[in-house]
Design a protein around this ligand. Structure first.
Ligand code: NCD
Length: 329
């Protein structure tokens, strides 16, 4: 528990990074200043390099207790938050709604208050309701990290996407163009990516079935293109997005086969992009629907690099939030 050991975040290892606006919560990338985004990415790159040198890990968060509270299914996000917390020496526990008292009718706030009473410092929350982490952040003393809320935001996913692009683009975002293709309307991944990319000066083009493009999305600083081929031609990267059936009303799509024909990222479409262009996907993938298997496994794919970067980004985010808690203590 934080109050008993406040000296853990000393300037060794990642401790040399300090942020302009330390904050104990990370709720979204909307409105995050460019300098903060770049600061997190720089630290995340440091953690990525540590991760690649096996066996090296810090103890900087040994005074911190982290609870992953997942009220929606997850593989990579939950596991990578756990790995990141443990890499930095934090105590980390996880629970999901299916094996907790929420299944018996307890409210979200009551469940999280119970967790907090066990002296948890940081709560990592995934929930199907947009705004659930913001609501908890107003009420709990713990830091709250959004691990995906409804259709709203998934900030650590946005950061890991940016880190993956930064590695291939040698740190230069301005003047680059990326196409986000598929179910934009239901995608918190797309929303966080858009906020981060636009802040860093990347040109963002959206393409997908008109029923899955939110009205007025251009106000976020992106362009919507009717033709997927136009969106991809000359692009530096494409991000394929999963059809979020679980968040859809009926009747938004004719059929999966028709969707795949019209919108899947396949080898022909990859060739429309620049020769060194990257293919991203947040996972979980539906092979043969939004992405062709040979593209997912192909030489332009950075899908597994995204997953590795997820651990690095979550190390940086946990440390950032812990630093803010320590400073406030
Ligand atoms: C995404 C999510 O849950 O928002 N997955 C992830 O965290 N990598 C995307 C999705 O479910 O399609």
């Amino acid at each position: 528990m934080l109050a008993h050991a406040s000296t853990a975040l000393t300037p060794h290892g990642a401790g040399r990074f300090s942020y302009r606006v330390p904050a104990r919560h990370l709720l979204g990338l909307e409105g995050m200043p460019q300098a903060d985004l770049l600061g997190i990415l720089e630290e995340a790159q440091f953690h990525r390099e540590q991760l690649d040198r096996s066996g090296i890990a810090g103890r900087e968060l040994e005074s911190i207790t982290v609870c992953n509270a997942f009220f929606e299914s997850s593989t990579r996000t939950r596991v990578s938050f756990e790995l990141a917390a443990r890499r930095l020496g934090a105590t980390c526990v996880s629970f999901s709604s299916t094996d907790s008292s929420t299944a018996k009718g307890e409210t979200l706030l009551d469940t999280l208050r119970v967790i907090e009473s066990m002296r948890v410092d940081l709560v990592v929350v995934r929930h199907s309701s947009s705004g659930a982490p913001a609501y908890l952040a107003k009420t709990l003393a713990a830091g709250v990290i959004n691990a995906g809320d409804g259709q709203h935001e998934h900030p650590t996913q946005g950061l890991l996407d940016l880190l993956t692009l930064r590695q291939s683009w040698e740190g230069r975002f301005e003047g680059r163009r990326i196409a986000l293709v598929g179910d934009i309307a239901h995608s918190r991944v797309a929303r966080s990516a858009i906020h981060g990319l636009v802040t860093l000066g990347v040109q963002v083009v959206l393409a997908g079935p008109p029923t899955l493009i939110p009205q007025g999305v251009e106000a976020l600083g992106v362009e919507v293109m009717e033709s997927i081929d136009d969106a991809l031609t000359g692009a530096d990267a494409v991000m394929a997005l999963r059809l979020q059936h679980e968040r859809m009303d009926q009747g938004l799509l004719a059929s999966l086969a028709e969707y795949a024909r019209a919108w899947a990222i396949n080898a022909r479409r990859v060739r429309l992009m620049r020769p060194e262009a990257l293919v991203l996907h947040p996972g979980p993938m539906n092979r043969g629907i939004e992405i062709a298997p040979d593209v997912a496994d192909g030489e332009r794919s950075v899908i597994l690099a995204q997953v590795t970067n997820g651990v690095a980004v979550r190390c940086a985010v946990l440390r950032r939030c812990a630093q803010a808690l320590t400073e406030a203590a």
